[in-house]
Design a protein around this ligand. Sequence first.
Ligand SMILES: CC(C)(COP(=O)(O)OP(=O)(O)OC[C@H]1O[C@@H](n2cnc3c(N)ncnc32)[C@H](O)[C@@H]1OP(=O)(O)O)[C@@H](O)C(=O)NCCC(=O)NCCS
Length: 175
Amino acid sequence: MADFYDVSLDVATPADAALLSNLLELYIYDLSEAFSVEIGADGRFGYSKLALYWSEPGRRFPFLIRCDGRIAGFALATRGSPATDDPNVFDVAEFFVLRRHRRSGVGRRAAALLWSRLPGRWTVRASEGNPGAIPFWAGVIGQFTGGAATELTRPGNPHAWRVFSFESPPQHSTA
Ligand SMILES: CC(C)(COP(=O)(O)OP(=O)(O)OC[C@H]1O[C@@H](n2cnc3c(N)ncnc32)[C@H](O)[C@@H]1OP(=O)(O)O)[C@@H](O)C(=O)NCCC(=O)NCCS
């Protein structure tokens, strides 16, 4: 389990833009199994919003996940969520753990670090077409909140969305 590893969530700086851009390619490729995403003529999917993560501080929060100092994934969070009109609610926009590090608790630990880093009201959206994501989020959020999250289903195309909502209290212990 990742409790035996040192999982860290490090703020990504503009110097990490190329690294994040490369990881986003792997992430989008993974998600293309569930969503009809077309690859560009240059063989890349591209992620046009990446630069906004440094031009909109206070609204967008980019992080790298490291495991024992090695790159293990990333988390992109926003203030403001497509799931609610409340502009102050945080949202997990993108979240990715490299296959090499999966199913060892890295995602669980990184998610808890993310929510603890940004206390407040959170939403997490997961597509029902992404089979691993729903049990992952349901379990991790359930553990983080002690079962206090709410969960609803929103229509979506081609798949419905599962939306989890919960509060991350200030200085929540992630131990
Ligand atoms: C979803 C993802 C972030 C999970 O990361 P991870 O580091 O493997 O997750 P963890 O090891 O912390 O898993 C914690 C628990 O979540 C559940 N879980 C994780 N992945 C799962 C899967 N593919 N299927 C079913 N349950 C899963 C398990 O209960 C797991 O505990 P266990 O391994 O003791 O059974 C990772 O698979 C990923 O990056 N997937 C591609 C991108 C993606 O779908 N991101 C989410 C977008 S909403």
